[in-house]
Ligand binder design. Structure first.
Ligand SMILES: C[S@@+](CC[C@H](N)C(=O)[O-])C[C@H]1O[C@@H](n2cnc3c(N)ncnc32)[C@H](O)[C@@H]1O
Length: 274
């Protein structure tokens, strides 16, 4: 697990680096909206658009208590809190990401409805059946014991509560080209196939309400990002802030991984039965 957390930790001082980059681009740190941060804090394929789909699927209100397992820099949590008014707790293994997530919530005026704690998504220490909804976005790829991850989601949810998993899965096209944005090599990459996911989610006691494969849209998203950067230059701050120069190679590999069917992206909407 240390190896996973080390992979995501950048060269340090990430809060300051993001703040300076935003200021240099003329963005006022005290008047930021979550969408302004999406190129750096929605750290998953299809970015904010995918988070909007998750919100639709979660069926939450301003009274809902939500848990985000593997919350990263907190983009999905802030988007949920901003658009639904819910309160959300994010758990993440990487201390630096929790520190950044907390700072970005303060900058966007969402500190009262989002909180971030360092922890393991397979054993959060949060209370039983207290969450109205839960999500995990591009995290399972780093977790070998996925039964523990989905069993933890089941434990946290109240009966009837929804759980959305949006993850990168193993495709039928062969081994992944590394590095990728979740791993430098195969030693910290544990991809499930779509069939593995159905089996794992059912074994954790969850009902799968729907399953949507978005691999074609994911490929288009990477290609559009590449074209946009080529045309307009990069946004003020991107995943390269913590992934470093390797991010360019990772993005190239992801285009090949998707085009060759080595990876897939899919969203599973689940519910804890009553
Ligand atoms: C690709 S990022 C996705 C972050 C966030 N969900 C998002 O979509 O913006 C993967 C995140 O999973 C976290 N992670 C990996 N293994 C974890 C574990 N066992 N428990 C909690 N977080 C974990 C990493 O620290 C990282 O922040």
């Amino acid at each position: 697990m240390d190896q996973v957390s080390r992979f995501y930790s950048g060269p340090g001082k990430l809060v300051a680096a993001i703040g300076s980059a935003l200021e240099a681009a003329g963005l006022d740190r005290t008047a930021l909206r979550p969408a302004d941060l999406a190129p750096v804090d929605e750290f998953h394929i299809r970015g904010r658009a995918a988070t909007l789909e998750i919100i639709e699927a979660l069926d939450i209100t301003a009274d809902s208590q939500v848990v985000d397992l593997g919350s990263g820099l907190g983009g999905p949590a802030r988007t949920l809190a901003e658009l639904t008014g819910c309160s959300i707790t994010g758990i993440d293994l990487t201390p630096e990401f929790c520190e950044v997530a907390t700072a970005l919530s303060a900058w966007t005026g969402l500190a009262d409805r989002t909180r971030f704690r360092v922890g393991d998504a397979t054993d959060t220490g949060l209370p039983d059946a207290a969450a109205d909804a839960a999500l995990t976005v591009h995290v399972g790829m780093n977790i070998a014991d996925k039964h523990a991850l989905y069993a933890e989601a089941f434990r946290l949810l109240r009966p009837g509560g929804r759980f959305v998993v949006y993850d990168v899965l193993q495709g039928e096209g062969g081994d992944v080209h590394y590095p990728v944005p979740w791993a430098a090599d195969a030693s910290t990459s544990f991809l499930a196939t779509p069939q593995d996911m159905r089996t794992l989610l059912a074994a954790a006691g969850l009902d799968v309400v729907s399953e949507v494969d978005s691999s074609a849209e994911s490929l288009a998203w990477f290609q559009e990002m590449r074209d946009r950067i080529h045309r307009d230059g990069p946004p003020p701050v991107t995943f390269a802030a913590f992934l470093g120069d390797a991010f360019a190679q990772m993005a190239t590999n992801q285009v090949a991984n998707l085009a060759e069917g080595r990876i897939r992206t899919a969203m599973f909407v689940c519910a804890r039965p009553h």
